[in-house]
Design a protein around this ligand. Structure first.
Ligand code: ZN
Length: 241
């Protein structure tokens, strides 16, 4: 963004912290900008200046300007999606907080990452959708993040011999078939071919189709432990990169 003057960008409040003078420090994730820190003076003093626009996970257009000391200051927010259904479900909110910590940990500040921002948006929407277990949204968010950064493993073929997988061990070198991953069996998380199919189905680009699949398929809804295990594996790849 320019060194001075006004700017406006769409995005989300990822986190906030109180500052001394009844104000807030916000961590914003904005389109074309990436992660930014901005102060929101007066936001805590009971004024309705920002109308709920400084709540974590609220999406909107944020207007910012450079303060006299050079830091960014929030001057207004047009809320596009208040994510209220998400913020009312404790387990969904817990997951959203987890994602915001991961983004802050792995994405450098002021580094535009619009695909990750869109991924975050659509999976926060899934967290608000009652039929989708938070663990499934977690897996989908992490896998699509890995895919965007070129780190996602092939879920259908052995990473070593290319054979179609009917059972696989998840290793740091990717998913290995029973022959290639013989040494890894028993010590690494393993998945059946059917489980890999469910995981693959949940990574589909169309989030609404994924939500519909969970709506229509009771069996899929009962796979929470599978999605939780796969999400832990996917998260491990972010730490290894
Ligand atoms: Zn193999």
């Amino acid at each position: 963004m320019p060194r001075q003057g006004l700017m406006a960008a769409t995005g989300v409040v990822l986190a906030r912290a109180r500052t001394g003078e009844a104000g807030l420090w916000l961590t914003l994730f904005l389109k074309g900008e990436g992660l930014l820190r901005a102060s929101a003076p007066g936001a805590e003093s009971g004024s309705v200046r920002f109308g709920g626009g400084t709540e974590p996970f609220v999406w909107g257009t944020f207007q910012l300007h450079r303060g006299r000391a050079g830091g960014l200051c929030l001057s207004g927010v047009d809320i596009a999606d208040d994510m209220l259904p998400l913020r009312k479900r404790p387990e969904s909110l817990y997951m959203a907080v987890r994602w915001s910590r991961l983004v802050k940990r792995f994405l450098p500040f002021e580094y535009p990452a619009d695909a990750l921002l869109a991924n975050l948006y659509w999976n926060l929407r899934l967290l608000s959708a009652p039929p989708v277990p938070p663990a499934a949204a977690d897996w989908r968010f992490l896998w699509r993040w890995l895919e965007d950064w070129g780190l996602a493993p092939d879920l259908a073929h052995c990473a070593r011999c290319g054979r179609e997988l009917d059972r696989a061990a998840w290793t740091e070198d990717g998913l290995l078939c029973t022959d290639c991953g013989r040494g890894a069996q028993g010590t690494r998380p393993s998945f059946t071919g059917e489980e890999l199919g469910l995981l693959l189905q949940t990574t589909a680009r169309d989030g609404e189709a994924v939500a519909r699949a969970f709506e229509e398929n009771v069996f899929l809804k009962k796979q929470e432990p599978l999605f939780a295990l796969a999400a832990r594996c996917a998260e491990g790849l972010l730490y290894e990169k």
